[in-house]
Design a protein around this ligand. Sequence first.
Ligand code: NAD
Length: 255
Amino acid sequence: MKKKNNNIHRAADVILKSNFTTAYTGAGISVESGIPPFRGEGGLWTKYDPNLLDIDHFIKDPLRAWKLIKEIFYNYFGSAKPNKAHLVLADMEQRGFLGRTITQNIDNLHQEAGCKNVFDFHGNSKRLVCLSCHACYPVSDVNLDHLPPTCRQCGGLLKPDFVFFGESIPQIPLTAAYEAAKISDVFLIIGTTGEVMPANQFPLIAKENGATIIEVNLHESNYTSAVTDIFLQGKATEMMELLAEVLFTPSLDNN
Ligand code: NAD
């Protein structure tokens, strides 16, 4: 417990002294909002076939793919709400302690928590994109009772605007992540194993560029022994609340 508290104070101290802190988040931050990770115990891929999110399979049989996508991403996760960890990050951003959030998640929960400077590295499930004319629609404007959904402008097939297996990373978040890894002096990793390429490279690049790496995770990840300087082991909500208590409470020690 004493070590945990020491680490919270060390983490708060480097964030307070930082010129630019980036949060880098993965599926673990949304687990306490009720969205399971993909891998590991209770993960989505223990129940569903990952081919569901393969772009070739989607194009070959969009009706079949859409039935499952709707069940998982819209019926099941659709009502998830931001948790304390998302809210603390939004509060940090508003108070000037957080410059940018790069998320691998597609759930839009950082934005719903109030974070403004968010880059969705793998896209966002709350938008649908037309595969023919590239028009974008908020999912709330599309009737998912009729599958597969089609574009109002050209009749083309709509797809969730997140990155499927076999698709490339959109240029804007890719550039934003590279830039963040170059300019940040603190990288705050929350709830990611570091398995997914190329997203997993950014903490390593940040470290090479001299950033202090703070990591929040229930378990050690690929980063913990490789690059992490301060490991906050525990649930994202608990660790971020403890961090906020120190960060947001003015004290002589923090000046
Ligand atoms: P991952 O599934 O590989 O790993 C999740 C990590 O979170 C693990 O290291 C685990 O120990 C940790 N974790 C679990 N519960 C936690 C908690 N309560 N507090 C803190 N840490 C916790 O996740 P990943 O590395 O992000 O890779 C999965 C890929 O799948 C991502 O690229 C993402 O696009 C996608 N994904 C997104 C969502 C979402 O949008 N919420 C959900 C599942 C998967």
